[in-house]
Design a binder for this molecule. Sequence first.
Ligand SMILES: NC(=O)c1ccc[n+]([C@@H]2O[C@H](COP(=O)([O-])OP(=O)(O)OC[C@H]3O[C@@H](n4cnc5c(N)ncnc54)[C@H](O)[C@@H]3O)[C@@H](O)[C@H]2O)c1
Length: 147
Amino acid sequence: MKLDGKVAVVTGGGRNIGRAISLLFASEGAKIAIYDADRGRAAAVAEEVEAAGRVAYDVAKGGIISLTRDLAVQLAPHDIRTNAIAPGMSGSQVGARVAFEDRRPANLVGRAGHAEEQASVALFLASGDSAHVWGQTINVDGGSTVI
Ligand SMILES: NC(=O)c1ccc[n+]([C@@H]2O[C@H](COP(=O)([O-])OP(=O)(O)OC[C@H]3O[C@@H](n4cnc5c(N)ncnc54)[C@H](O)[C@@H]3O)[C@@H](O)[C@H]2O)c1
C-alpha cells in the first residue's frame, strides 16, 4: 500500500473531496485524522473509515495553515514536501450529477469532476510516487485553466 506507516491530517475531511481523500488514504494504509468545522461530519467519516477496518480520529479543533510554495522552501531542509491541488467544479459522483446536471462547466471535458478524481491526485502527492514533486499546485479541473 502506498501510505503504510503514514498519518494523514485531512482538513475539511467530513464531506465531498475531503471525505473521498480520507477514504482513499485509509484504503492505502494511512491512519487518518479528520478535521472538519462540522464535528458531526468528521465523526461520520471517521466511522466510515473505521467500518472499513482502518484507523481514524476526528479532530475537534486545530489551526490550519495554507500550504504554499514558501512553505515548501522552508520545510525542504527537513525533508517535508509541500504540494497542493486546485480543484475545478467537483462533487461526489452522485452529488455532482444532482448539483451540476443543468450546468456545462467551462472545461475541456464538459462535465464536473468527481471528488474521487481529486482524491486520486492527493494520493499521488502524498505517496512516494511523487517523490520529486516539490512546492507545486496541480490543477485538477478538466482543463478549465487552459481555455
Ligand atoms: N467541489 C468543488 O467544485 C471545488 C472547486 C474548487 C475548489 N474547491 C475547494 O476544495 C475544498 C473542498 O471542497 P468540497 O467541495 O469538498 O467542499 P464541501 O463544502 O463539500 O466540504 C467542505 C468541508 O470542510 C468543512 N470546513 C469548512 N471550513 C472549515 C474550516 N475552517 N476548518 C475545517 N473544516 C472546514 C465543512 O464543514 C465541510 O464539511 C474547498 O476549499 C473548496 O473551496 C472545491
